[in-house]
Ligand binder design. Structure first.
Ligand SMILES: Cc1cc2nc3c(=O)[nH]c(=O)nc-3n(C[C@H](O)[C@H](O)[C@H](O)COP(=O)(O)OP(=O)(O)OC[C@H]3O[C@@H](n4cnc5c(N)ncnc54)[C@H](O)[C@@H]3O)c2cc1C
Length: 472
């Protein structure tokens, strides 16, 4: 469960002074935080109802610092929780009691932009936006764009295998990682991958670390693939009086062999909250809103935009608004990006989920979410990446109301079970972390779960990295 808002702190934790002295000796005293008031900001992530004070926070400046800290922690069997910007929505960077939080934000350099090979080598603390801007500055494009891209780090994106609004056409973080430097739990430094477009030598170790949620190693460098910047883009918003019609329009767009770069959905509750928050003139008299973007060669963009508009009209949309220019398009896209923040304003606690189903089951899943919320007398707003089948049912609640929270738990369990029944998954992009770990064994099944556990044991026999996350 992903919860934003409220929550009290678990009891304070302490590391022995000898441990602190040793860490300060290895990375410099200025790079180790120990005072309670300094540790509080690191005691939670985007999953705000979960709180745990760390033992200390360490800021490495280089790979060797990470190696030094892990070698010491492994020998002393002290848990280490790696952290980027702490925007995670499954409790992945929530500290363990008495742990060292390894906060990567000081390692944020863009080390190389290789125009001949279209690659970029970066440190893990670089933000997604920093990378996208650096690529754009060279006339190139780094497509993954999680809603949190202004602050999330590339290390966190790789560790969560994050997706974004452009996932439908361009894929997710995994599709842009060509190589990784990883420090293993015993401090050894490993490099996997290279600038070759093709490389099939040995197991694809980099793919093992992508999405490993800080449980197998600490990512200290990322080699990213860049692509040419699309020459043109068009953005449009279509509104529908019935959600089923919007879902049918999405299916028809895909069936017409159009793959928009963005195909996003907002339900009535979310539209109202976003409009109230961002005041961009969204139509309020509709059940569903589709945000669609197409990019590429100007002629192809014009053709696809016209066909998408036509498809929406054929499916009975109330209105289609095509952005006049890029600035208006960005404004409409930002409306979608602000959906979580907009919903988070209306209730003390916002529980954001990411149940995901095959595209063909979207309408059924959205109806199920609505019916489940009604059955349990809960307020829900749903938005998400319609083109990817990735929905964000967002419960608007109050964690101080324990009776209501029990109903939320029941509703979420039913939603995940239904997602799995429809051939979907328990998380499309936010990861398992603490929030979904109880659902993982049932979802993966016996053999996959056994191999998962054995991989973790092989890489981290002392279990120091992010213990208790993903599975026990
Ligand atoms: C408003 C909002 C919108 C969001 N939108 C999206 C979205 O559209 N798509 C999406 O996928 N997610 C989204 N998220 C979730 C979150 O932003 C992503 O998971 C993001 O990738 C986390 O990055 P971070 O730097 O904050 O990592 P953190 O939250 O600090 O850490 C996340 C996980 O990665 C591990 N980790 C971090 N750095 C490293 C490293 N260097 N080496 C190894 N492990 C590491 C941590 O241990 C933890 O398990 C959103 C969150 C918010 C708050």
């Amino acid at each position: 469960m992903t919860v934003a808002g409220g929550g009290g702190h678990a009891s304070e934790t302490m590391l022995a002074q000898g441990v602190i002295d040793e860490l300060q000796r290895r990375v410099g005293a200025a790079n180790v935080l120990t005072a309670e008031e300094d540790l509080i900001p690191y005691s939670y992530d985007g999953t705000a109802a979960l709180r745990q004070m760390p033992g200390c926070v360490v800021f490495p400046s280089k790979t060797q610092d990470v190696s030094e800290v892990l070698r010491f922690a492994n020998a002393s069997k002290i848990p280490v929780v790696t952290r980027g910007s702490g925007t995670g929505l499954s409790g992945g960077s929530l500290p363990s009691p008495d742990c060292i939080v390894l906060c990567m934000v000081k390692m944020r350099a863009i080390l190389e932009l290789d125009r001949a090979n279209l690659t970029m080598l970066v440190e893990p603390g670089a933000t997604t936006l920093q990378i996208a801007d650096a690529a754009a500055g060279a006339g190139l494009f780094y497509p993954p764009d999680p809603g949190s891209m202004k602050i999330s780090t590339i290390g966190g994106n790789v560790a969560e295998n994050s997706g974004g609004l452009r996932g439908l056409k361009y894929g997710i973080t995994r599709n842009y990682v060509m190589g990784l430097e990883v420090v293993l739990p015993d401090g050894e430094i490993l490099w996997t991958g290279n600038k070759c477009v093709k490389d099939v030598a040995g197991y694809s170790l980099k793919d093992l670390f992508i999405g490993s949620e800080g449980t197998l190693g600490v990512i200290t460098r990322v080699l990213l693939k860049l692509i040419p910047k699309p020459a043109a883009k068009k953005t449009m918003v279509a509104t529908f009086a019935q959600m089923d019609r919007a879902a049918a329009a999405v299916s028809a767009v895909i069936a017409a062999h159009i793959i928009p770069c963005t195909l996003e959905f907002l339900d009535r509750t979310t539209i109202h909250c976003v409009e109230d928050y961002a005041k961009i003139g969204l139509p309020l008299d509709c059940e569903a809103l589709l945000l669609m973007e197409t990019d590429g060669h100007p002629a192809a963009v014009a053709d696809e935009a016209a066909r998408m508009e036509e498809i929406c009209r054929q499916h009975g949309c109330v209105d289609v608004r095509v952005a006049r220019d890029e600035a208006e398009g960005d404004k409409l896209a930002n409306a979608r990006r602000s959906a979580f923040s907009a919903l988070a304003r209306v209730a003390p606690t916002t529980i954001l989920e990411d149940a995901t189903v095959p595209r063909s089951e979207l309408a059924a899943m959205i109806r199920f979410v609505e019916a489940t919320a009604k059955k349990h007398r809960l307020r829900v707003g749903t938005f998400g990446h319609m083109g990817d089948g990735n929905l964000h049912p967002t419960f608007l609640t109050d964690e101080r109301n324990t009776e209501e929270m029990e109903r939320v738990e029941k509703a979420l369990k039913e939603i995940f079970e239904e997602a799995i029944r429809l051939g979907g998954t328990i998380t499309g992009e936010h990861g398992v972390g603490l929030a979904k770990k109880k659902f993982l064994p049932g979802f993966l099944g016996g053999a996959s779960m056994r191999v998962t556990r054995e991989l973790r044991r092989a890489l981290d026999p002392n279990g120091i990295l992010n213990p208790g996350k993903m599975f026990d």
